[in-house]
Structures are given as C-alpha cells and as structure tokens.
Design a protein around this ligand. Structure first.
Ligand code: S3P
Length: 193
C-alpha cells in the first residue's frame, strides 16, 4: 500500500502509530527530548479533557463514541508544532484521522512494529494491562491487529521494535529520517547520535 503524502522537509510533528504494546508512549518522550520538542500521549490528553479513564470512556460511552472523541482530540492536537504525538492503537480506525495524516506534508508518521504475541506479552507485563478494554477482547484481537496493519503500514518510517531498547528505537527513527531525506543530515547531526 502507498504511504501517506511524502514529506519534503524537516517535519513539524511526529505521530507514532502501532498496536497496543508497540512502545509509542515509551519511545515518544525520548524522541521528543532528543528533538527538544513536546510529547503528548493522545489517550492522556483525552482522559484529561473528559476526566474519565479510557476504560470508563469505553464502558460509559461505548467504543463508537470513544473513537469519535479520540478523532476529535487528535484533530486538536494535530495543529501543534514541534510535537511528538503517541496515538492510541485503534486511532487509525477513524477515517478522519487517517485522512488528516494522509494529507499532511509536514507530519512524519512512524510505525512501531512487532509481532502480535510480542505485543500481547509486553502489554501483560505492564501494570495498566487491565485498563485496556481492547486487550481483553481476546477472541477478536488477532482480527483487529490484521485489519489495522495496512493503516499502520502507510507510515513514512517503520521500525521493527522486537528486542530493541526504546533508546535504540529512537536512534532508528532518526537515522531513517535522514536516510529517507526527510530532513537535512546537518539538521539532525546533533540529535541522531
Ligand atoms: C486501544 C488502544 C489504547 C487505547 C484504548 C484503545 C485500541 O492505546 O487508546 O484502550 O483500540 O487498540 P494504546 O495503544 O496506547 O495502548
């Protein structure tokens, strides 16, 4: 599948995508710190906006409403510059979010990739494992994973994170950024090492 619009310059924002457990909320702050930018976790933003946890939003509002609120929150966040945004694993299910990303020429979409069994294992090790409603839907988890893959694969940069420390994941992102000529090497010289 074709990737999102090409970016021809140093991007103004990075959007990290991938399934639950991909490491978006771990690698995101590291990437932001290296760039001297801000980091925002889209789920935390939505929780702060509504005063509700993601699990509560799912159970009170239902998944469809959650997806709508998630897409609206992203549309607000997305206006920012010098920003690294970690998107919830299901955010690309929303057509409006996909189309915002597809049309942007100054947003670098980064897919943090890993096999499903590795992702599940990582999620289960986390203290917040119980608060991910989608993780509990084991019977349809594989189906969700496979249906989302083509959306993740539209990213400009893909990093296979299996066995990779978050710092190394960020090294890979920055090197691939330079390799793909999305930024002048001189711009990143200081931060890519
Ligand atoms: C979801 C992933 C979660 C969170 C919500 C739904 C999903 O984010 O948005 O529980 O549908 O995959 P993380 O990917 O950050 O865990």
């Amino acid at each position: 599948m074709q990737s999102a619009s090409p970016i021809s310059q140093m991007p103004h924002r990075f959007v990290l995508v991938g399934f639950m457990g991909a490491g978006k909320s771990t690698a995101g702050p590291i990437l932001a710190e290296r760039l001297g930018w801000q980091f925002v976790d889209a789920d935390h933003y939505l929780q702060a906006q509504t005063g509700l946890t993601i699990a509560d939003l799912f159970s009170i509002q239902g998944e469809e409403n959650f997806r709508r609120m998630e897409a609206e929150a992203f549309a607000e966040l997305y206006r920012g510059r010098k920003l690294v945004i970690a998107l919830g694993g299901g955010a690309l299910e929303s057509e409006s979010t996909r189309s915002l990303l597809d049309q942007s020429s100054d947003t670098c979409m980064v897919f943090l990739k890993a096999p499903l069994d590795v992702l599940i294992e990582r999620c289960e090790k986390q203290p917040n494992a119980a608060v991910r409603p989608v993780l509990r839907q084991r019977d349809v988890l594989g189906q969700r994973f496979h249906s989302r893959l083509p959306h993740y694969e539209r990213a400009h940069i893909t990093v296979d994170t299996e066995g990779l420390h978050p710092e190394k994941v960020v090294d890979r992102i920055l090197h691939l950024l330079v390799e793909n000529s999305y930024a002048l090497p001189s711009t990143l010289k200081a931060i890519a090492t």
